[in-house]
Design a protein around this ligand. Structure first.
Ligand SMILES: NC(=O)c1ccc[n+]([C@@H]2O[C@H](COP(=O)([O-])OP(=O)(O)OC[C@H]3O[C@@H](n4cnc5c(N)ncnc54)[C@H](O)[C@@H]3O)[C@@H](O)[C@H]2O)c1
Length: 323
């Protein structure tokens, strides 16, 4: 099977390409490299281009005859999305519409979409089920929710079949050490804490008391779920939305303790006022993915997450680039 991996030079997309290649798929990455890396797109052909480049997108569909599309490409920073809503709606919503239209035009109907726990907004229950009401509280979450709705409209009107995967907090790095997180600027907790421990950065800003709880899911577990999702679609099982998390939350302070344990270095920190409106806790109920998709997290204990990330972040950049 040949699959289009939109945004496949990024963090989760590149790990997914590795998992796909292992299973015999040909992953064709299409990425504008705005936040992705050429060195991360090494598991199949790379097309450098933008989601909004209608003509290149169409040429790419015609050149490869895809069996399915995995759509990772997006602007990803919740806080930035509140300052630059126009750019977030343009890239995430208009960009996704361009992709759906290219799929429709070229007769490709199977899609796996990277959504997020941010579509839920403030949780009303300890663990979030897929049926929890969606009420995003930031622009990023809004964009993902809008794309989910667009996908459902294409399902109804054009016979699309999509698996929507709502990731909780992606973390960790490839178990063989050949891929990992490399965002610039970095906004995720574990890479920042590690760069403080490794003395690349002076300190970590903590907004609030450090008790905010998140469900950290190893990026290799996420990658493997995409293989299950493609198998689900190939078996004609139809549209479905799944949470991808562990069902277990960790506080920010627990994560920092683990970073200090693994690195044997202190994580210097500066306490800043709490940011209003951020959920105190976001934890998945992953039962549906366990029962229907046959997927379970295997590498998502905090120690494996932090130690694989530590191994990756300790490498000099030139080695990451394969030079
Ligand atoms: N990282 C997380 O914890 C997390 C959690 C929930 C959901 N997600 C979602 O998962 C997906 C992947 O996240 P990630 O952390 O790997 O992000 P990432 O930024 O590393 O990867 C996204 C990739 O998409 C590319 N891209 C963005 N806009 C593009 C465009 N217009 N045209 C072509 N390429 C474009 C970027 O260059 C990048 O390589 C995103 O959709 C994100 O919203 C991530």
């Amino acid at each position: 099977m040949t699959v289009l991996v939109m945004g496949g030079a990024g963090y989760i997309g590149s790990h997914t390409c590795k998992a796909l290649k292992k299973k015999g798929y040909l992953p064709v990455v299409y990425d504008n490299l705005q936040n992705g890396h050429r060195w991360a797109a090494k598991f199949g052909p790379l097309v450098v281009g933008d989601l909004l480049d209608e003509s290149l997108l169409d040429q790419t569909f015609k050149a490869y005859k895809f069996d399915a599309v995995l759509h990772f490409a997006s602007s990803i920073d919740c806080r930035a999305s509140m300052h630059y809503p126009g750019s977030y709606y343009q890239n995430n919503v208009v960009g996704s519409l361009a992709l759906l239209q290219a799929m429709q035009k070229n007769g490709v109907r199977n899609l796996v979409f990277s959504s997020t726990a941010a579509v839920y907004g403030l949780p009303e229950t300890d663990k979030l089920k897929e049926t929890h009401r969606s009420a995003p509280i930031n622009v990023y979450g809004n964009t993902k929710w809008m794309v989910e709705e667009m996908i459902h409209d294409f399902e109804r009107a054009h016979g699309f079949s999509a698996v929507i995967l709502r990731y909780f907090n992606a973390a960790g790095a490839d178990l063989d050490g050949e891929l990992g997180e490399a965002h610039s600027p970095e906004t995720h907790l574990i890479p920042i804490a590690l760069s403080v421990a490794l003395e690349i950065q002076s300190h970590l800003n903590i907004f609030g008391d450090g008790n905010a709880i998140r469900d950290y899911i190893h990026v290799t577990d996420l990658a493997n779920a995409h293989v299950n999702a493609l198998e689900w679609l190939a078996a004609g099982k139809g549209p479905m939305t799944f949470n991808l998390g562990t069902g277990k939350g960790h506080s920010l302070l627990e994560v920092l303790q683990m970073v200090e344990k693994i690195s044997q270095k202190p994580v210097k920190r500066k306490i800043e006022p709490k940011i209003q409106g951020e959920p105190p806790s976001l934890v998945a109920d992953p039962t549906l993915a366990h029962e229907l998709l046959g997927w379970k997290s295997v590498f998502s204990d905090l120690e494996t997450i932090v130690s694989t990330a530590y191994h990756w972040h300790s490498k000099p950049y030139c080695i990451k680039e394969g030079k």
